[in-house]
Design a protein around this ligand. Structure first.
Ligand code: UDP
Length: 416
């Protein structure tokens, strides 16, 4: 196997676990590094379906580098497919989150065929393979496996469509273990299920500190007015994120307060519905409702820092990294009372949870009027993220997971 050798001098410096010491303490960093040392030279690969535009890509881009920086060879592969393939996988994704689906034989055959073609091109000689979400799920059946495979699911599985679940379960049960975000997503399965919540990288473009000038510059670049308080939602253009509900809540709130709503979204390569959802919202634009379709992590960062109120009014949410990101910046966040958002926001303590448009509108009004309340919730929110949702914790959870898999499968015996 050919191994990567870092060029001297390295072109840029990678974030390492040691960088987290000022945030989580030397002791935590030492503990995680000591555990990671035991995994040195293992070769792990993650497989998903997009390099950007969504939480999975966001996590993998940071986590894989952190693992490599700590000496564990960790790769990241992305499956390829035409829009018709991703149309089908998006329907599966929606069905896993509870939507209806016209589940035809044709959909199944396109799905399985494209994954088969990817399998032919992908060669795995790793000690551990981690497959993310439903898009690449059937890869597993095309290999004579010598090492364990894990399926990592990022969607809200609180009420999956049973027909689609039954079908996908046939693939899922070929894996050695399944990792879900939350215990409440557990399903009846023949394979062990583990639960790990995601986390953010505080040093990347989305989350690093920005100066006031940098924030102003990003907002001005997109013509976002700053004369009134900003109410913001940042999400893929996806109906589960309820952008329409956000606009309705804002319109109700605006009867009582003056503010500007900014909806920013991107369109991930594995999400062909995004364009359509974006187009359906554009008629709602006015001088105080700005809707932008753009991939700009620095803009995400600037908006989360400048906003008076950040909404994530999801109807289903596997975890909701946008919530974590905003909380990290000390924003006052209003989240839909669903899925992973419920595990981040404690209502009235570090943000607000809402069940409908009217509740969201009332919280927008309350927060826009009360800067002290915003500061109090924001400070508690930042503490929550520092204690529970930074990438160092996710790294430790993954190291513990790999160690337990190693104990079960003796991965090390395969290291040359
Ligand atoms: N994101 C982004 N630009 C956008 C919208 C989202 O960079 O216009 C990023 C966002 O900052 C977060 C991720 O995409 O890191 C979305 O993750 P989340 O878990 O909130 O939702 P998902 O898209 O995975 O359902």
């Amino acid at each position: 196997m050919t191994r990567f050798i870092e060029p001297e001098p390295a072109p840029t410096r990678l974030v390492t676990l040691e960088d987290y010491a000022p945030l989580v303490g030397e002791e935590a960093v030492e503990r995680i590094l000591a555990k990671t040392r035991r995994l040195r030279d293992l070769h792990i690969v993650h497989v998903n379906s997009t390099y950007y535009g969504g939480g999975v890509a966001e996590i993998l881009s940071s986590l894989t580098l952190l693992f490599n920086a700590a000496g564990v060879h960790t790769g990241w592969r992305v499956i390829q497919g035409r829009p018709d393939f991703f149309n089908i996988t998006k329907k599966f994704h929606n069905a896993l989150q509870g939507a209806e689906i016209n589940f035809t034989e044709l959909k199944r055959s396109v799905y399985e065929e494209v994954v088969y073609e990817n399998a032919v091109r992908m060669h795995f000689d790793h000690d551990l393979v981690v497959v993310h979400d439903p898009q690449p799920l059937p890869l597993i059946r095309h290999y004579r496996r010598k090492s364990p495979w894990l399926w990592r699911c990022h969607v809200d599985l609180s009420a999956p469509n049973r027909e689609v679940w039954r079908y996908l379960r046939g693939f899922i049960e070929q894996y050695d273990a399944v990792i879900l975000h939350l215990p409440e997503y557990a399903q009846r399965l023949q394979v062990p299920q583990r639960f790990i919540m995601p986390a953010i990288n505080p040093f990347n473009t989305t989350n690093k500190e920005l100066s006031e000038e940098e924030i102003e510059e990003r907002l001005a670049n997109y013509g976002i007015p700053t004369d009134l308080p900003l109410v913001v939602q940042i999400s893929r253009f996806d109906r589960w994120k309820d952008p329409q509900g956000v606009i309705e809540a804002f319109r109700i709130a605006r009867r009582e307060i003056d503010a500007t709503l900014v909806l920013v979204g991107n369109v991930a390569t594995d999400d062909p519905e995004g364009q359509e959802v974006f187009a359906s919202l554009c008629a709602c634009r006015d001088d105080r409702i700005h809707i932008l379709s753009v991939q700009d992590s620095a803009l995400v960062n600037a908006l989360q820092r400048r906003a008076a109120v950040v909404l994530q009014k999801s109807l289903r949410e596997g975890f909701g990294l946008t919530v974590t990101e905003a909380m990290w910046k000390g924003a006052a966040v209003i989240g839909g009372n669903v899925g992973g958002i419920r595990h981040q926001i404690r209502d009235g303590v570090n943000g607000f949870l809402v069940n409908n448009v009217e509740e969201a509108a009332a919280r927008i009004v309350q927060l826009v009027r009360d800067p002290d309340l915003r500061r109090r919730l924001g400070a508690a929110a930042r503490r929550t993220v520092r204690e529970r949702f930074l990438m160092s914790r996710l790294m430790e959870d993954h190291v513990d997971l790999v160690s337990s898999i190693e104990a079960r499968f003796r991965l090390r015996s395969r290291v040359p």
